[in-house]
Design a protein around this ligand. Structure first.
Ligand SMILES: *[C@@H]1O[C@H](CO)[C@@H](O)[C@H](O)[C@H]1NC(C)=O
Ligand SMILES: *[C@@H]1O[C@H](CO)[C@@H](O)[C@H](O)[C@H]1NC(C)=O
Ligand SMILES: *[C@@H]1O[C@H](CO)[C@@H](O)[C@H](O)[C@H]1NC(C)=O
Length: 812
């Protein structure tokens, strides 16, 4: 402001100077004329000023000489004496920037010569605008330039001077810069750009400002220049992620190379400052193995195994960094979704193996635990048992199941089970796992031994060697080991008063039954024993079976001739009437055989006779008959030797002699004495015997009748053949004693074959025996003689026997 005032003062001073300082004492004239004045402009009237008449000027040859002989610019109008402008005056051309621009002239007048100095002061006119040397001013300013920083601007130039020179500058309004003007009018004014607000290349990287320079003239003139500011980048921007957090969902087991997400960060800087690279800034070691980030593109890809079961969630920090290391981070949250990639797992927590076969239904046999690492439906597990086994799974707490048996078990039916448990999850597709529990059923002694047969029958030949195996029993027990090991033994009992062990023994392991003693068929024919099969369990189970032992007959007894007495001992002589006709029965040989069956089938044969043609013997009945009529010429004493043979193999035989006396008169009997081979017995003895025998026979008959009457109605006839010959049991051989005890041998009839084939027989020999006679074994045993005497037979044709025909021999 002060400067402006000062310059005005100066200007006034300069303008006034020509008029007051330069009036020529010696006639010097001074004029002022503004530059660029039009031609003919009258600067002044020189005639007047010099004091000569205008009309005389021409006469005086007035002339204006320029001092330096250059252009004159002004001239004298000789008519009027005015000093006029004749040429364009450009102060700036004449004087440049000199402040005083004065042209010197000499006015020369002749007649008289007169010379006046004329000073023409050229006044400045604001005819030039300020001008910048460069219309475009370029700056490169770093965006990091601090506030207050100054930038020198080129001065504007104005050819005008003084007030008309550059007076000031102005700057287009803008956000960043202000102008600071320095200097003064004389030395020129210049301006500086002052940074008032920091630059941001990222906001505006080029700034164009119009700088205006103005002068102080009136009218004011101005000139402009464009300031072009290029904002240079400074790495003042960190890369910025498009999102602070990237959330993505990734399925597990995504293949390697799967792109998960591409993070991106922008850096507003340019060049290297804006070149962003990506990396993981914080990542766990395991995560680093499964994720990779592309340094350049920011793509995150799978590079390892994504396992939901290992981690369901990853949070990775990603860093974006520019070229000079400015960085920022973002989070990438990766949620893994489950895939059904884990089959269920079956864990056998506990098992009762082996399991007892008598385990009650519903017993917990095993506990299993199922697991599935997946989640959601993928871990919903369904368990089932394959196949048809008597077990089921009961859900227990949580993932536990109890395996229980649904049916009773039987080791003997099924000793082991393979229980296959399948666990299936609820995924799609579902996965499943199977496990087989091998369960063994252990034995309980629940089966008694069972014999192969309901009963056994053994046959043994009599006269066996002690120790002979007669049979074997087998019992089976399906239990295991000792529970199924069968041991055999005899049930202690008595047979005929003797312990069974004295008859038989059984091999405890094999069940083979052996005879301990030699058996005699004639003593007993069969008996029964109980064999026990017992297993070795604890407690043992047993069962028993009856073994019936039948003793088979062997031909070990020769026929025994009851009548007549065996050869050499006979006292008997049969009387044959002289008039006996052919076919008359004269006697009968009675023999018995203690054996039975074929072995007791006796056949009779005459082996030797006095007169071979006279008598025959019935092969089967032993009846001796005449073969022809007796004649006088026949020898009175006939002697027959008869052999009795059984049918055994080999046959056994006995012989006896029969003495026959052909006579009608007992008186002839004394002659018998001659006939007898044994003379020892006297006739008296013979008669005595006959008497005794008769009495005995009568007595016996009487007893038999009583007994018969008593028992007649009790029993049916057992064996009574027509014409049967009953023999008093008392006369049976001693070894016929009946065995009592087991009951199986209580009695047997001894009438077989005895009279077979003798239907027409007149013999009625009634047998009756009772306990006392039998068990006595010998109490009624008579002396041999008596026995023989008892065998005297009542020959009875009257049919007396019919009375007892239907009587039976009672048995006990
Ligand atoms: C159980 O499986 C085993 C071996 O796999 C096999 O030897 C056995 O015979 C199977 N038992 C049954 C009862 O299936
Ligand atoms: C036999 O059965 C008993 C139970 O009656 C049992 O304790 C034992 O283990 C069984 N023996 C064998 C060898 O299986
Ligand atoms: C023999 O077996 C029968 C049934 O089989 C039984 O009643 C009896 O008690 C058993 N006897 C012995 C001595 O074990």
């Amino acid at each position: 402001m002060g400067c402006t005032e000062l310059s005005v003062l100066y200007s006034i001073l300069f303008i006034a100077l020509p008029f007051f300082i330069f009036p020529s004492a010696s006639g010097d004239l001074s004029y002022s004329v503004p530059e660029e004045t039009r031609r003919q402009f009258v600067v002044g009237n020189i005639a007047k000023d010099v004091g000569v008449g205008a009309q005389s000027l021409s006469a005086r040859k007035a002339r204006l000489n320029s001092e330096d002989g250059g252009k004159r610019y002004i001239d004298i109008n000789l008519n009027s004496g005015d000093l006029i402008v004749v040429e364009r005056i450009d102060r700036e051309m004449l004087c440049g920037s000199r402040i005083n621009c004065i042209l010197n002239y000499e006015l020369v007048l002749a007649n008289p010569l007169e010379v006046h100095r004329i000073f023409l002061n050229i006044e400045d006119v604001n005819d030039n605008a300020p001008k910048f040397a460069n219309e475009r001013i370029s700056f490169e300013i770093g965006e990091s330039a601090i506030k207050g920083q100054r930038f020198h601007l080129d001065e504007a130039h104005d050819f005008d001077i003084g007030q008309n020179g550059v007076h000031g500058y102005s700057l287009q309004k803008n956000n960043h810069f202000v102008l600071s003007v320095k200097g003064n009018t004389e030395r020129g004014k210049y301006a500086e750009l002052v940074l008032e607000k920091e630059l941001d290349r990222e906001q505006q990287k080029d700034i164009d400002l119009i700088l205006t320079a103005v002068d102080g003239g009136i009218p004011q003139r101005s000139g402009t220049a464009v300031i072009h500011i290029t904002v240079l980048d400074a790495n003042d921007n960190v890369p910025v992620f498009s999102q602070p957090v990237y959330k993505v969902v990734l399925v597990e087991n995504a293949p390697i190379g799967t792109e998960i997400v591409a993070v991106s960060a922008e850096d507003a800087d340019e060049g290297a400052n804006g070149a962003v690279t990506y990396e993981f800034s914080r990542i766990a070691r395991n995560e680093a193995e499964i994720f990779t980030i592309d340094k350049r593109t920011g793509k995150i890809t799978v590079s390892g195994v994504i396992d939901y079961e290992e981690d369901t969630h990853y949070e990775i920090r990603v860093q974006a960094k520019d070229g000079s290391g400015l960085a920022s981070t973002a989070s990438v949250i990766i949620e893994i979704t489950d895939e059904n990639d884990n089959a269920p797992k079956i864990i056998l927590t506990s098992v009762n193996n082996p399991i007892l076969e008598n385990t009650i239904v519903g017993t917990e046999v095993a506990i299993i635990n199922v697991q599935d690492k997946d989640s959601g439906d993928n871990r919903q597990i369904h368990c089932s048992i394959q196949g048809n086994v008597p077990f089921k799974l009961n859900p227990s707490i949580k993932n536990y199941f109890s395996l229980i048996n649904t049916n009773p078990l039987d080791r003997e039916t099924e000793a082991e089970y393979n229980i296959t448990i399948t666990a299936t999850d609820g995924g799609s597709p579902p996965l499943s796992t199977s496990m087989t529990i091998h369960l063994t059923v252990s034995d309980v002694n629940d089966n008694p031994p069972v014999f192969d047969q309901q009963s056994y029958t053994a046959y043994v030949m009599e006269n066996n060697k002690p120790g002979t195996s007669i049979s074997s029993v087998t019992a089976r027990d399906p239990d295991w080991r000792q529970n199924g090991t069968v041991l055999y033994s005899l049930l202690p009992s008595e047979i005929n008063g003797l312990p069974v062990s004295s008859f038989l023994s059984v091999n405890s392991d094999t069940g083979v039954i052996q005879a301990v003693r030699s058996f005699d068929y004639e003593k007993f024919r069969n008996f029964k024993v109980q064999v026990i099969a017992r297993d070795n369990g604890s407690p043992p189970l047993s069962s028993n079976v009856t073994v019936s032992v039948f003793i088979s007959d062997e031909n070990d007894n020769s026929p025994q001739i009851l009548y007549p007495a065996p050869e050499g001992k006979s006292l008997m002589t049969e009387m044959v009437p002289k008039a006996a006709l052919s076919g008359s029965l004269v006697s009968k040989v009675i023999a018995v055989d203690a054996d039975s069956g074929q072995n007791a089938w006796l056949s009779y044969q005459i082996v030797k006779s006095t007169d071979p043609g006279l008598f025959t013997i019935s092969r089967h009945s032993g009846e001796i008959r005449t073969q022809r009529d007796i004649t006088e010429s026949d020898n009175m004493k006939q002697n027959l030797v008869i052999s009795v043979k059984d049918n055994g193999q080999p046959p056994l035989s006995a012989t006896c002699s029969v003495y026959l006396l052909i006579s009608d008169n007992l008186a002839e009997v004394p002659e018998l004495k001659d006939m007898t081979y044994e003379e020892s017995n006297s006739k008296l003895t013979f008669y005595l015997i006959i008497a005794l025998v008769s009495i005995s026979t009568l007595f016996l008959t009487f007893i038999i009748l009583i007994l018969a009457v008593r028992f007649c109605h009790r029993r049916k006839p057992r064996l009574l053949f027509d014409g049967a010959v009953a023999i008093p049991s008392a006369y049976l051989p001693p070894n016929y004693a009946e065995v009592e005890g087991a009951g199986t041998l209580s009695s047997y009839n001894y009438d077989t074959y005895l009279t077979t084939g003798s239907c027409t027989s007149d013999f009625k020999f009634i047998t009756s025996y009772n306990d006392s006679t039998l068990t006595a074994g010998g109490t009624l045993k008579m002396p041999q003689n008596e026995t023989l005497a008892a065998n005297l037979i009542t020959l009875n044709n009257s049919g007396e026997g019919d009375e007892v025909r239907n009587c039976t021999c009672p048995y006990i």
